[in-house]
Design a binder for this molecule. Structure first.
Ligand SMILES: CCCCCCCCCCCCC/C=C/[C@@H](O)[C@H](COP(=O)(O)O)NC(=O)CCCCC
Ligand SMILES: Nc1ncnc2c1ncn2[C@@H]1O[C@H](COP(=O)(O)OP(=O)(O)O)[C@@H](O)[C@H]1O
Ligand SMILES: [Ca+2]
Length: 552
């Protein structure tokens, strides 16, 4: 064993070979001494598939613990042989659990057990690694967990107990778990009752609707604490301090998919454990200066509003309801008339049709959010939002009006509704699909699932915006008309009951992150980075950490 400042180096047994194991301030590295000579001293090393070399960042170590070296502990013959040898001259062991990257952005918790020649050395390794982990202040120690037992395929509770809780326990994270008993249980608990000082984060097990509940609860609590009235459309909303973790157990799971590249509960758990942080924009939705809701992913009128409205009656079907309702809504082919006004995002990097993608450490999000902060400091943000800038106005008949605050990538559409949209740039992509033939609309829809550009069609346009407004045709000129659900039904009724007349109903509903909004006329504003997730954005490719031999 060799211990210099900040460096621990020992020769330890791993499986049947002696490895040089090193812990420096940022990485844990192990090299098979038998193959070490083959490596050139100045080359940048990678993790070798044969296991002869591995380099993992300390920030991705989940836990370390002493391991009993016991020949009878594994039933696999090979392992027993190794254990016997370990017992002879390496009778002590410790196991390091760490993040390993699997395919398609999935993360797994891998274990490696090192055998030591004496107990003092073993203890020193365990303690030193634990000390390093304790220095990682971004990691949560205590979490408040809400499980929706009815989300998706109703597997939330099982997913949490079988796949998530054991990982949290291995990482010594304490949890307070609440299985929700009714819709908005989590939102109301967070808004009024929960003792948030006790926790380092809030975790929801469910779908995008459940995530939306958490966002509403935390946002309401934060605005109340700071005395901000969200009814005031130009209010400067305060960001939430607690990070949110999302364990996917829903029907769409686009929040997970767009922030981690997969909807896998283990991957989400590992991002939570290592304390990742991904800021996200939030939209506020108002009607006649009254706050209605927050939206994080999709605000959709027309097609996606109608799919949602139809699908709510089919909740018992689980996630398949969206496919059935999607098909049915496609066949009905309703269009809606109205005016869309929007404030384009100017002086920012990125456009909705460029080839850049919002990935981990996104430069565009960093750059554009800095512009927002400078404006906030100079108190020019309101100016920009309400008066200055050129509002654009588009009147027409639309099959769909969608605002994507992020890509909205999900298993149904791995590139998403707006593939170049950003999680945290302070803008949303406003997609207008004008009335067109069923065939053309199908072409547009199919392009969400293949490589072709869904915006490269004459009847589709997309704008990167900071704010937008929609006024359905029958409300135009009557800003006071408060068109609620019952009113809308009255209007819609006329043609919905007479499909043969070929007319479209006058109004659709807004799909706001999977919730039906009771108003058709809305004002929407994007707020930059109001919440943070336990995520890091989609990693472009598996990261192989660089490591120089000379540094060891
Ligand atoms: C072969 C045809 C391909 C059709 C592709 C359709 C493109 C799908 C993009 C869907 C984007 C979804 C954005 C996220 C919306 C969610 O907030 C919302 C609620 O989710 P959850 O709480 O998990 O139920 N989900 C939806 O509105 C579902 C829309 C599905 C439309 C088919
Ligand atoms: N215990 C519960 N009973 C009924 N509804 C609930 C419960 N807990 C949460 N909900 C509601 O269920 C809705 C859907 O939840 P979600 O987890 O997003 O599943 P899905 O993705 O299948 O829609 C959300 O609107 C949420 O408010
Ligand atoms: Ca955005």
């Amino acid at each position: 064993m060799e211990k210099q400042t900040g460096l621990l180096l020992s020769h330890l047994l791993l499986k049947n070979s002696v490895f040089e194991v090193t812990l420096n301030c940022s990485h844990l590295v192990w090299k098979d001494l038998a193959t070490k000579k083959k490596q050139t001293s100045n080359s940048i090393h990678h993790t070798f598939k044969d296991g002869s070399f591995k380099c993992i960042p300390v920030s991705e170590i989940i836990a370390v613990q002493e391991t009993e070296v016991d020949a009878g502990s594994k039933d696999d013959g090979k392992w027993q042989k190794m254990s016997l040898k370990a017992n002879e001259s390496y009778p002590f062991g410790f196991t390091v659990s760490y993040v390993e990257r699997a395919s398609r952005h999935c993360w797994r918790c891998a274990d490696v057990t090192f055998h030591c020649p004496n107990g003092t050395l073993c203890l020193q390794w365990v303690q030193t690694i634990q000390e390093r982990l304790a220095l990682l202040t971004n990691r949560p120690k205590s979490l408040l967990v809400y499980i929706n037992p009815y989300g998706g395929k109703r597997q939330g509770k099982r997913i949490y107990e079988k796949r998530v809780a054991p990982l949290f326990s291995r990482a010594s994270i304490s949890t307070h778990v609440i299985v929700t008993e009714y819709a908005n249980h989590a939102r109301d608990h967070l808004r009024t009752t929960a003792d948030l000082d006790k926790y380092d984060g809030v975790v929801c097990v469910g779908g995008d609707g459940m995530f939306s509940e958490i966002v509403h609860g935390l946002m309401a609590r934060t605005q109340m604490e700071f005395g901000v009235d969200p009814n005031f459309p130009n209010a400067k909303l305060m960001p939430c301090q607690l990070r949110i973790g999302v364990i996917p157990a829903g029907s769409t799971d686009c929040i997970c998919y767009a922030t981690m590249g997969t909807n896998d509960p283990v991957t989400s758990s590992l991002h939570i454990i290592i304390g990742d942080s991904q800021p996200m924009d939030i939209c506020t939705v108002h009607h006649n200066n009254t706050f209605l809701r927050y939206s994080v992913s999709l605000l959709g009128y027309g097609f996606y509003g109608d799919v949602l409205t139809d699908s709510e009656r089919k909740r018992w079907m689980g996630p398949a309801r969206y496919d059935i309702s999607g098909f049915k809504t496609f066949l009905t082919h309703h269009h809606y008339e109205g005016t869309v006004s929007f404030l384009p995002a100017t002086n920012i990097l990125g456009t909705p049709r460029d080839k850049t993608r919002c990935t981990a450490g996104c430069y565009i999000c960093q750059h554009n959010s800095q512009i927002h902060s400078v404006k906030k400091l100079e108190n020019k943000e309101d100016e920009d939002i309400s008066d200055s800038g050129e509002w654009k106005v588009i009147r027409g008949k639309f099959l769909a009006i969608n605002a994507a605050n992020m890509s909205c990538a999900c298993p149904r559409s791995p590139k998403g509704l707006s593939p170049a949209a950003h999680l945290a740039d302070g803008t949303a992509d406003l997609i207008l699909v004008r009335k067109c033939s069923r065939f053309n609309f199908l072409r547009h829809l199919l392009r969400h699932a293949n490589k072709d550009d869904q915006f490269d069609l004459t009847f589709v346009e997309v704008h990167r915006v900071k704010q937008f407004r929609f006024t359905p045709r029958h409300c135009e000129g009557d800003s006071e008309l408060n068109l609620t659900e019952s009113g809308k039904r009255l209007f819609s009724h006329i043609c919905k009951d007479h499909p043969a007349c070929g007319c479209s109903p006058a109004y659709s509903n807004w799909n706001c992150d999977g919730e039906i909004l009771p108003h058709a006329a809305i004002d929407v504003r994007v707020h930059c980075q109001l919440i943070k997730l336990f995520a890091r954005g989609i990693e472009e490719q598996p990261i192989f950490e660089s490591f120089h031999t000379s540094a060891v």
